[in-house]
Write a protein that binds this ligand. Structure first.
Ligand code: NAI
Length: 467
């Protein structure tokens, strides 16, 4: 079959690849995007961020209806879970969004290729469709945006049913009576929250002596305390050495082996110990694209791989494995290809959508201490905010860190209701090189949760007004 020629070929249609494709279309590049899954949107839209948020919202409302309304002066009796309906709602949201990406591809004249993409020497990519037919695309530039997959845990083999990764944990057919979650990171805590609210007894096993590594430790400890109060059991400093299914049919259960302790049993086990870059079958050798020491595609500051005209973005390269980081890189990379300049940023927020949410941007207090940076710190608690009281959401705090001499904001760490939305202001402040005083002197509507950020800023550069 004849070759088809493009200005830009993008491999992968996750938040990195599909947004890059849309922007490329907008900028007039003749663009192809190759995706092996029928639905566009990648892990994030199909089996990650979006379905997990749908489950988090539904399970939070369910829990609120059962336990949270009395504080407002009324009670609801006979609240019943309809798990298939809850799952259907999640699936409908995914369908709407993945269809939305297909629509945006059409609108921006992005040509979609359905199949597995691999390099075939310089300037050529072969797409192999599910029925085995192959087509050849040529490109002036190519972006690799193939994302990531679950990291494996030695001794633990996933069977997709009892011992699972995050994809299957989004669709358990019933609420497991006992769920073990291995890994107290983003995925572990979000899915532990969902199933615990729906009725599972959840035990979280974490190798380190803390949860949420990488987040500010003071805020992470607070998160652990709050999640424990909701019924999650944590076993920290716990090394899992194996897991196996014992028994058959309805009597089947999983036994999890732990170094130096008795094994634990559960109905289902979720393994959430990180993710690994996806470079399988790309035939990178044929174009000379190199990997770094951690199996990621090696790039410079401008997304160039070791081969001219081939770029890489998102989970498959260095940096946090987050959808919005991939999206930002996709846009920057395409604009750089099309116009010679792309906007880069290191101010990438991270949000864990538990209740309350945990959000963070910039440097943690632990990092500043270790680097010997002199800093000021200001905190303000949700309990002292009028809107938080009205919402009955008084747990949590905003903590800001600023340079001791210049007052420039160095980091923001929030635990509390809607922390994932509140952090946006802090990200913007950091992007513009703002000081804590800049935030404090910006008018914030009253009453709103955003006033907690303002008060924390006052506490950082002077003194909080309401404490
Ligand atoms: P993670 O890196 O956030 O957490 C993995 C946890 O597993 C760590 O606490 C680690 O210490 C622990 N661990 C590793 N080996 C272990 C072992 N043998 N036994 C017990 N614990 C062990 O990875 P996670 O949660 O799998 O998430 C993967 C990626 O997906 C993350 O990079 C995250 O950024 C992204 N993600 C983002 C979300 C969001 O933005 N809200 C939601 C879900 C995932």
């Amino acid at each position: 079959m004849a070759e088809q020629n493009f200005d830009l070929v993008i491999i992968g249609a996750g938040p990195g690849g599909y947004v890059a494709a849309i922007r490329a279309g907008q900028l007039g590049l003749k663009t192809a995007c190759i995706e092996l899954e029928p639905r566009l949107g990648g892990t994030c839209l199909r089996v990650g961020c979006i379905p997990s948020k749908a489950l988090l919202e539904s399970s939070e409302l369910y829990s609120e209806a059962r336990h949270g309304f009395e504080a407002h002066g009324f009670s609801v009796k006979g609240v019943e879970l309809n798990l298939p309906a809850l799952m259907q709602r999640k699936d409908d949201i995914v369908t709407q969004l993945t269809d939305g990406v297909a629509f945006l591809f059409k609108k921006n004249k992005v040509e979609r290729f359905f199949g597995h993409g691999r390099f075939d020497g310089p300037g050529r990519v072969i797409v192999k469709a599910n029925d085995g037919t192959e087509s050849t695309l040529t490109y002036k530039n190519c972006i690799i945006a193939t994302g990531s997959k679950y990291a494996a845990l030695r001794g633990v083999e996933l069977d997709g049913e009892r011992i699972v990764g995050s994809t299957e944990a989004l669709s358990f057919p019933e609420v497991p009576a006992r769920l073990i979650v291995i890994g107290a990171g983003y995925i572990g805590l979000e899915m532990a929250s969902v199933w615990s609210r729906l009725g599972s007894q959840v035990t979280v096993l974490e190798y380190l002596d803390r949860i949420l590594p990488g987040m500010d430790s003071e805020i992470a400890n607070e998160a652990q305390r709050m999640l424990k109060k909701q019924g999650l059991e944590f076993r920290l400093g716990t090394k899992v050495t194996g897991a196996k299914v014992v028994g058959k049919g309805k009597k089947a259960e999983v036994q999890v082996e732990i170094e130096g302790a008795e094994p634990l049993s559960a109905d289902r086990v979720l393994v959430a110990v990180g993710r690994w870059p996806n470079t399988d079958g790309l035939n990178l050798e044929s174009v000379g694209v190199k990997l770094d020491e951690r199996g990621r595609i090696d790039i410079d500051e401008h997304f160039h791989t070791s081969t001219a005209n081939i770029y890489a973005i998102g989970d498959v390269v260095k940096g946090p494995m987050l959808a919005h980081k991939a999206e930002h890189e996709g846009v920057a990379c395409v604009e750089q290809i099309a116009t010679g300049y792309g906007h880069h940023t290191h101010n990438i927020p991270g949000v864990v959508y538990t209740y309350p949410e945990v959000a963070s941007v910039g440097r943690t207090e632990d990092e500043l201490k270790e680097a010997g940076v002199e800093y000021k710190k200001g905190s303000f608690i949700f309990k002292a905010n009028g809107r938080a009281k009205a919402l009955n959401a008084t747990d949590g705090r905003v903590k800001l860190l600023a340079d001791a001499k210049t007052d420039r904001l160095l980091g923001a760490h929030i635990i509390g209701a809607r922390a994932g939305d509140l952090i946006a202001e802090c990200v913007m402040a950091m992007e513009f090189g703002a000081c804590s005083e800049d935030i404090a002197r910006t008018s914030h509507s009253h009453p709103s949760l955003s006033e907690i950020v303002k008060e924390a800023a006052w506490a950082t550069f002077a003194q909080a007004l309401h404490s």
